[in-house]
Design a protein around this ligand. Structure first.
Ligand code: NOJ
Length: 784
């Protein structure tokens, strides 16, 4: 970006900030709602379009040529043509813009979602985002998204409605869509968002990071009529300014640095105003502070007025689904003609939608083929069928699924060494089928193998080899006896578990869009199966395809000799089997904290109420997930970043070096204000490098995730915060390797609410290296 542009943005930001500060002092805030309301002051004028007008796009440093092309095209369009680009309509995709034939611009195809191209046929079903996060491997995260992007492209999609960034981040373990996302930690989530965006767009498909912002619960996300006295408004996520910046905005900033074409605004309100009409969030934070140059696309039905065009560029599904969600923006020509909306705003909205289209070369070099599915009917006629799977993709998916499996406990149950008799009990039935994730039809969640959760993030998985299939093949080849009970029958379980060397108990738990989980319990039938197995056998191995569930009564049970969290694997549910038998090692780590009981997490993080104007106060502030457990000294069952292996590792020799390196990772630059900005430096410049040595001290090959945490100086700070991770692959027994973590200026900064900028706090910084958030044997102190 040119210096003048940087200065212009900085000045604009400074003015905006000064105005925001004045306004904060001037506005009296209603403090009656909770005793805590005042903490939300600094972020409380979300719908003031005078203070937060939509910034005109510039294309940013990466999209200059594409920006000029888009601008030229838009200059040739009529108002009706421009309005069509902003408005989605019915078509073969879940969202479809109106093209402009005479200028060679096609209808753009928008399609879900984060585990693959949603329509049913000829696609891969990828491990869920949370599973990919559990690999803690940047490259696998990137490759997953790239391979998925290729399938989107080959199916004719211009704009993928993926990946999920920090919405949901996962502040509650009950969140219905946590599995679609990644980590409830801003740093790790930022890495995931950045790599996923890059992967997708390296396949020439536009990414849409979602859902912006504060989208942490499904309950009451949409307006409904819940009582006789009127309709219920969407839940309002009330987030203070510091938390907004440090926890929720930071991952989106990384997605923008990765060059994300578009952003989807969320269903919830943010501090009282609908996210998709929220001037402060979309025009201030997103397009101003983190400098988003593409479009904001509404979530389906997230728009509640045509005037949301002042912040949100595309209305989806618009007239699609028979206008079910309100055909907002259909009246755009009239609103411009009567002076309600300026034509400049419409021009800029079109430019923001079209710039990434040109940047990705979708007009010339990388034109997606004709759309070969119908989102309204997944299994429609053969002419829509086209298998776009690539030979290497199945292998990649298998690898991700394998590395997403986290070994949580092992007192000798694993690996399964040449069993003579193996019993299998639980939710991994032949009933496993792809429709489980679709609409809730076609399977019994209690006993079926689950390969993912439900909702728009579902993808079809006709290629599932169930773990039971894989075990049968092994039993045949290695000639051991395999018996199974896939539903509760005490007698059968007693019998088969009683005589087996080992008993595998498979558990699942369902999570889906539109509904949060009610509690952490597993289904009743599974509970009974587990109980019966533990009663009958002294060598029970629990394997789960689930979010966090309550297995507390078994965690230390002597008859439970191993526990594995295998996550939602997509089509590769069998991948974990090779690790159970020890052909492969475990290397996954928990991408969230596994608490002992629901009460260990902050209270009331899923708000359920009949109130017509429901409010969620993010009172835990920045203390989300492990930061909450650490602050309140709550012992989790398994901590964030934890996972065992068949070998052991040690870290030694921590060193900190002052090591200035200019940021070379930003595809687009953000415009975040920070102390010490000199016109040419970046908040993402590297200022220190921390190194350590990782040694495999066991007797077999394995991979380890080295983790860097930092304790920042100051009061009421998190005990420690993740600031780096690196998967050290395939260390032989006895082998040592150096790991190195680059620490940026932002990594050592906090958001100063008064000064409205990132500031490095005064004092000593303590760096910790180890292999989980609570096993950090190496410590070293450094000042800034
Ligand atoms: C609603 C979901 O929240 C969003 O993630 C999805 O992309 C749209 N529906 C379109 O299916």
């Amino acid at each position: 970006m040119k210096l003048t542009a940087i200065l212009a943005i900085s000045i604009a930001l400074a003015l905006t900030q000064a105005r925001a500060l004045d306004a904060r002092q001037a506005d009296a805030v209603d403090a009656t709602e909770t005793s805590n309301t005042s903490r939300y002051d600094a972020f409380h004028q979300p719908n003031d379009f005078e203070r937060f007008p939509a910034p005109a796009s510039t294309g940013g440093k990466a999209w200059q040529e594409a920006f000029s092309k888009a601008k030229d095209m838009v200059a040739q369009m009529t108002l009706e043509e421009k309005s069509g680009i902003l408005l989605s309509h019915d078509g073969r995709c879940v969202g479809n813009t109106h093209g402009v034939d005479r200028l060679g611009i096609p209808d753009l195809c928008l399609m879900d979602g984060p585990t693959g191209v949603r329509p049913g046929s000829g696609i891969s079903s990828f491990p869920a985002g949370q599973a990919a996060a559990a690999t803690w491997d940047r490259d696998l995260i990137y490759q997953r998204s790239k391979a998925m992007g290729q399938e989107f492209f080959d199916k004719g999609v211009h704009i993928a409605l993926a990946p999920v960034s920090a919405g949901p981040l996962g502040r509650s373990p009950l969140g219905g869509r946590n599995w679609e996302g990644s980590y409830p930690d801003a740093y790790a989530n930022g890495v995931y968002s950045y790599e996923s965006v890059r992967g997708m767009q390296d396949s020439h498909v536009a990414a849409t990071i979602k859902h912006f912002i504060g989208y942490e619960q499904e309950t009451s996300r949409n307006p409904y009529t819940v009582s006789s006295d009127g309709g219920q408004e969407p839940i309002s996520s009330n987030v203070d300014d510091k938390t907004m910046h440090e926890v929720y905005l930071a991952p989106f900033a990384q997605a923008i640095r990765g060059g994300s074409a578009h952003v989807m605004c969320s269903y919830n309100k943010i501090n009282g105003t609908n996210a998709c009409g929220n001037a402060q969030a979309l025009n201030g934070l997103l397009k101003g502070e983190i400098n988003h140059q593409g479009a904001v696309i509404s979530d389906w039905g997230g728009i509640h007025s045509s005037l949301d065009v002042l912040a949100t560029e595309m209305s989806a599904p618009g007239t699609g689904f028979a206008g079910l969600f309100g055909d907002y923006y259909s009246d755009m020509p009239q609103l411009v003609n009567n002076g309600t909306v300026s034509e400049d705003r419409i021009d800029d909205a079109c430019i923001r939608i079209l710039t990434p289209y040109y940047w990705l070369g979708q007009d010339e070099e990388h034109v997606p083929p004709e759309v070969v599915f119908n989102a309204n009917n997944y299994y429609e006629a053969e002419d829509t069928y086209k298998n776009v799977r690539k030979p290497d993709t199945a292998q990649l998916i298998h690898q991700i699924a394998l590395e997403s499996a986290v070994l949580l406990k092992n007192t000798g149950g694993l690996p399964l060494n040449n069993p003579e008799r193996l019993a299998v009990v639980g939710a991994l039935g032949d009933t496993a089928n792809s429709e489980c994730g679709a609409t809730g039809t076609g399977c019994d969640y209690n006993t079926s193998l689950l390969t993912m959760g439900g909702g728009s993030g579902w993808s079809d998985a006709p290629y599932i080899v169930t773990p039971l299939d894989a075990l049968k093949t092994r039993a045949r080849d290695a000639n051991f006896e395999l018996s199974h009970a896939l539903t509760y029958d005490e007698e059968v379980i007693n019998d088969i578990a009683g005589r087996a060397d080992s008993t595998l108990v498979w558990l699942n738990d369902w999570a889906e869009e539109s509904a949060d989980r009610e509690d952490l319990t597993i289904g009743e039938e599974q509970s009974m199966m587990l109980e019966a197995a533990v009663h009958a056998s002294s060598n029970v191995i629990i394997v789960m395809n689930s979010p966090v569930v309550d297995i507390e009564q078994y965690a230390e049970h002597p008859n439970v000799t191993a526990i594995v969290q295998a996550h939602y694997t997509g089509e590769a549910a069998d991948a974990v089997v090779s690790a159970l038998f020890g052909d492969e090692n475990f290397s996954g780590k928990l991408p969230y904290t596994w608490g002992k009981r629901l009460e260990d997490w902050p209270n009331n993080t899923i708000v359920t109420t009949d109130d017509n104007n429901p409010q969620a106060y993010f009172d835990e502030g920045v203390f989300v997930d492990y930061k909450w457990f650490d602050k309140h000294e709550i012992e989790p069952r398994y901590e964030f970043g934890f996972g065992l292996s068949y070998t052991t590792f040690e870290c030694s020799d921590i060193k900190i070096a002052d090591n200035y390196k200019k940021d070379d990772m930003a595809i687009q630059d953000t415009a975040e204000p920070f102390e010490g900005f000199d016109g040419s430096n970046s908040l993402y410049d590297v200022i220190k490098t921390v190194t350590a040595i990782v040694t495999n001290t066991g007797d077999r090959k394995g991979s380890e995730v080295a983790q860097l945490y930092v304790t920042l100086p100051g009061e009421d700070m998190p005990v420690r915060e993740l600031r780096g991770f690196e998967k050290i692959r395939d260390l032989d027994a006895g082998e040592s390797r150096e790991v190195s973590f680059d620490v940026t200026l932002k990594d050592l900064s906090t958001w100063d609410v008064q000064r409205q900028m990132w500031v490095v706090p005064q004092g000593d910084f303590v760096f910790h290296v180890g292999n989980s958030s609570r096993n950090l044997p190496l410590n070293a102190t450094s000042s800034f």
